[in-house]
Design a protein around this ligand. Structure first.
Ligand code: SF4
Length: 188
């Protein structure tokens, strides 16, 4: 792994850990709920940088089936990481929950400012339940700014979630291109 990718990966994971702390005492999604992921990928927008930890994990662990699946997915499909069948994954729909992108972490327990008003970023199931806790919610814009400060060029553009993951894999893959063995000098 190159130093650059490793550094970016660590910084993004650090940001996620920080957000986990910020959200730790808030109302969480109901166990096993998968409603907000059950939509076309173009409805969930992420940046390449948000997916860098997952892309690195998939490449490092040589998960070629996943990489192939992601390469073929479009944003008209569901998120490629989404498992709709609760019997196959009762604890929730995200198959790589530990590595989910920032957008999925913020949605459900954060706020943004619209017309100088705090607006909760949450699904219809959670919105009413967290209405009384708006002051405790993390500010989504601050997290986006922190993401930009990690790497501006990998976090300024947003894509549908499948495209963002594919681009992250392609980006990390550039650094993993196998090197050709150096040709030894033939002795006479
Ligand atoms: S990355 Fe995981 S949490 Fe986010 S939309 Fe896809 S399945 Fe859902």
């Amino acid at each position: 792994m190159t130093e650059r990718i490793e550094l970016l990966r660590k910084k993004v994971l650090e940001l996620y850990r920080y957000l986990d702390q910020d959200q730790k005492n808030l109302i969480a999604c109901t166990a096993g709920c998968r409603v907000c992921c059950d939509t076309e990928a173009f409805n969930i927008e992420a940046t390449v940088l948000e997916f860098l930890p997952l892309a690195t994990h998939l490449i490092k662990t040589n998960q070629l089936e996943w990489i192939d699946l992601i390469e073929r997915a479009t944003d008209d499909d569901r998120c490629v990481l989404f498992q709709p069948n609760a019997e196959l994954k009762p604890e929730g729909g995200c198959l790589f929950h530990e590595f989910r992108p920032l957008v999925c972490r913020l949605f459900g327990a954060s706020f943004t400012f619209r017309k100088n008003q705090r607006q909760i970023l949450a699904c219809r199931l959670l919105r009413n339940r967290i209405q009384g806790f708006v002051d405790l919610l993390p500010n989504a814009e601050q997290y986006h700014t922190r993401l930009l400060s990690i790497d501006f060029f990998l976090s300024r553009d947003v894509y549908g979630v499948n495209t963002a993951l594919r681009k992250a894999i392609e980006y990390v893959g550039l650094y993993y291109t196998p090197k050709y063995p150096t040709l030894g000098t033939k002795s006479a």
